[in-house]
Design a protein around this ligand. Structure first.
Ligand SMILES: Nc1ncnc2c1ncn2[C@@H]1O[C@H](COP(=O)(O)OP(=O)(O)OP(=O)(O)O)[C@@H](O)[C@H]1O
Length: 706
């Protein structure tokens, strides 16, 4: 049975700094179309401003939208506000995140990810259902928030004065935002709920994970009650730190300190495991939450008194020059450090242990975070802007708060052109328009449309849904690559060797055959939660594409439909083509820049020919630099299928696409040169690798025929 409302715990809403300025907030919003509000972390911006405006009557003629850069924040804050207002979540207060909408006709206050609001522009370019849009945590400068800023600026210049825009953060460059929005007022709300003491290290740690673990142990054994929130950069680091903590706490003398519950928190954790951190710890027990920066903004984890901040974050950085993503550990900005410290002191006084010196904080941390728009692939954002049909918008001249580089925009335009989303003159195609409606990356959307035309949409929907899962495979004692291979080997021989997309399809189909059975998942090392998520995503995508599901048929390698499916994958990812080197299993990517790459070890094993060589042509989802360049999620395709893309690559001119000066892609001659790479003799190691690959393949082939 669902219970509504409940008692909002801890600090009373009426004590929050923001609520003390209720009248001023209502006034300033009433008198201005755009307002910037800056208040300390924990002062009540996220949870209170929406309620204040609601009580002042702002929701009489429209809904209040509050954007969040992260899903977990949108959900948890909506829950909190519903509980404070004593209403059922999904009724007066709701949330909307990709593939999950918990709102209803009754909803007046809606928390949603910035990506969701951006998507709503497609169906209503004037956002008529809203009376107020609050862009929260604007300091994070997510790509979606930056695009929203530009679109909202356009809108407030022309729309009736009914739509109010409020931009909030604890750590915003207020003046910059004010200048961008025609000199709008900046309201600073003074006051902090509880003090947070900042403690710096006296020296830089040699190993920040070790130092973080050590600090957590010292707090646990020497300090009074209160939970610990420890920031690390990613899942692997979190798992490593948790193992160390568990080991060392086990070794402590029994009764020497209180019990500890150690919890991870990162984006690829299943939602029900994520929400565990919001359940208070039992009395006389300390929780140690080891999290990535998803816990950095907006979240209130009741009970957190101690924050440990090693001062680093893992960041995706896209280079338009190379078309490659790198995952790099970088120093956080001072803004992020403040946000991290702000996770303590929310429901009682707190302490933040910075594992770096004060001098490093002052002199080495950049003041603000680099906007995502300057370090991401922009294909999705550019397609979105093009699909809005805003006659006056040229994506190269769109009003960005901080413009992305011209090369990033050109890279996006080129990618969209190759997958038929835009024409040579830069105008959006019919296909492009349809692609923009789908809540997927442009390449995946293109794959679906190609599959629809070729009569294999059902299979492509499954692949798109499976690729939307954050993490599919259960942690394995063995390396994940061989784990995946085992799975493929034991039960899915029919699609073996054709690549990850086909393997994902087969996993789903097998699970379907087994009646969506949880046991099957366990047996085959896949996460039931992720599979259920894929099933839901598949259902939603089918709905958007108006596909009437007539049940799944099992993948058959020889079925001509399957050839059509791989061709559709090729069409979707034709801006991610790679050609094998003549004599060994390295690949060369094709595009404005070419790279020598290897298939990532986590890929399922690919078919090799009698010489032990991999397929000549492949498409891939991602080009990543992790020490060296790898392609990930790879599908074997045929050279003849790549010709349309190769033709396009050869004649592409950015001048027309973006209405700006040009840089031209390689000519046909250059591409032809790429297609026939110079013969390079195999090294001894490469020969060994080829022989080993061939042996493995023959063994599997034998097993298959048996
Ligand atoms: N889930 C929760 N449990 C307990 N207290 C909460 C919860 N959510 C919010 N609060 C209380 O409400 C206060 C205001 O939270 P809110 O998220 O609105 O602040 P904020 O100003 O938006 O902070 P930030 O800038 O860090 O996002 C918190 O400091 C805390 O005291």
């Amino acid at each position: 049975m669902q219970t509504c409302g409940g008692q909002a715990s801890s600090a009373l809403a009426c004590e929050l700094p923001v609520t003390r300025y209720e009248k001023e907030i209502v006034d300033v919003v009433k008198k201005n179309d755009v307002v910037v509000i800056i208040g300390e972390t924990g002062s009540g911006k996220t949870t209170q401003i929406s309620q204040i405006l609601h009580h002042a009557g702002s929701t009489e003629f429209g809904v209040i939208a509050i954007t969040q850069p992260r899903r977990v924040a949108a959900v948890s804050v909506a829950r909190r506000v519903a509980s404070e207002m004593k209403v059922c979540l999904g009724e007066e207060v709701g949330y909307s995140i990709r593939f999950e909408d918990r709102t209803s006709e009754k909803t007046r206050i809606k928390y949603l990810t910035d990506g969701c609001l951006l998507r709503e522009f497609l169906s209503d370019a004037e956002l008529k259902q809203y009376s107020v849009i609050i862009l929260d945590e604007a300091h994070e400068r997510s790509l979606n928030t930056d695009i929203l800023l530009g679109l909202l600026k356009r809108l407030c210049g022309r729309k009736s004065p009914d739509l109010k825009i409020v931009i909030t953060s604890a750590t915003l460059e207020g003046e910059k935002f004010s200048t961008f929005f025609f000199g709008c007022p900046v309201m600073k709300i003074p006051g902090k709920l509880f003090p947070v003491e900042i403690l710096y290290s006296t020296q830089e740690p040699v190993n920040y994970i070790e130092s973080a673990v050590q600090t957590a142990l010292e707090i646990h054994t020497q300090k009074g009650p209160g939970d610990i929130l420890l920031f690390l950069t990613g899942k692997e680091e979190i798992e490593k730190a948790i193992m160390k903590l568990e080991d060392r706490i086990r070794q402590l003398e029994e009764g020497s300190c209180m019990d500890a519950i150690i919890l991870p928190l990162h984006a690829s954790l299943e939602p029900e495991l994520q929400v565990r951190v919001f359940t208070p710890s039992p009395p006389s027990c300390r929780r140690i939450i080891v999290a990535t920066n998803i816990a950095e903004t907006s979240l209130t984890v009741d009970g957190v008194v101690f924050v440990i901040d090693p001062g680093v974050v893992k960041q995706h950085q896209y280079s338009p020059m190379t078309g490659m993503y790198s995952l790099v550990v970088v120093k956080i900005s001072r803004v992020q450090a403040t946000q991290r410290a702000g996770r303590a002191g929310r429901t009682r006084p707190g302490k933040c242990y910075r594992l770096y010196t004060e001098a490093v904080f002052e002199n080495e941390l950049p003041p603000v975070t680099m906007p995502e728009i300057q370090r991401s692939s922009l294909a999705g954002a550019v397609l979105h802007l093009k699909s809005l049909d805003l006659k006056d918008i040229n994506v190269l001249e769109f009003e960005y708060l901080d413009p992305p580089s011209r090369s990033s925009l050109e890279d996006a335009l080129q990618k969209l052109f190759i997958i038929d989303a835009i024409q040579e003159d830069g105008s959006i195609t019919h296909l492009g328009r349809r692609m923009a409606v789908l809540p997927l990356e442009p390449s995946l959307s293109r794959m679906l449309l190609a599959a629809e035309e070729a009569g294999c949409l059902s299979e492509a929907l499954t692949i798109a849904a499976m690729l939307s899962c954050e993490s599919l495979f259960l942690p394995s004692p063995k390396k994940s690559a061989s784990h995946k291979r085992d799975l493929e080997f034991k039960s899915l021989p029919d699609g073996m060797g054709l690549g990850d997309h086909i393997q994902l399809l087969q996993i789903y189909e097998k699970w379907h055959e087994d009646g969506y059975n949880a046991e099957w998942c366990k047996e085959h090392g896949v996460k039931i939660r992720s599979m259920m998520f894929a099933r839901e995503v598949r259902r939603q995508l089918s709905q958007i594409m108006k596909w009437e599901d007539k049940g799944l048929s099992r993948y058959r390698r020889k079925d001509p439909k399957m050839l059509a499916l791989r061709k559709a994958i090729c069409t979707g990812f034709s801006n991610h083509l790679a050609h094998r080197m003549q004599q060994h299993n390295g690949f060369r990517t094709l595009g404005a820049k070419t790279h020598l790459v290897q298939i990532h070890p986590s890929a399922c094993s690919m078919e090799v020919d009698d010489d032990g060589l991999l397929p000549e042509w492949v498409v891939y989802n991602e080009l990543v630099n992790v020490g060296r360049p790898f392609i990930r999620n790879v599908c074997a395709v045929k050279g003849s299928w790549c010709q349309p893309a190769l033709m396009k690559l050869s004649k592409l001119s950015v001048t027309k696409l973006g209405g700006a000066q040009s840089s031209t892609l390689p000519s046909v001659e250059k591409e032809q040169k790429v297609e026939k790479p110079a013969i390079e003799p195999l090294s001894a190691t490469q020969k060994d690798l080829v022989a080993a690959a061939r042996e493995r393949f023959l063994a599997r082939k034998q097993a298959r025929t048996k």
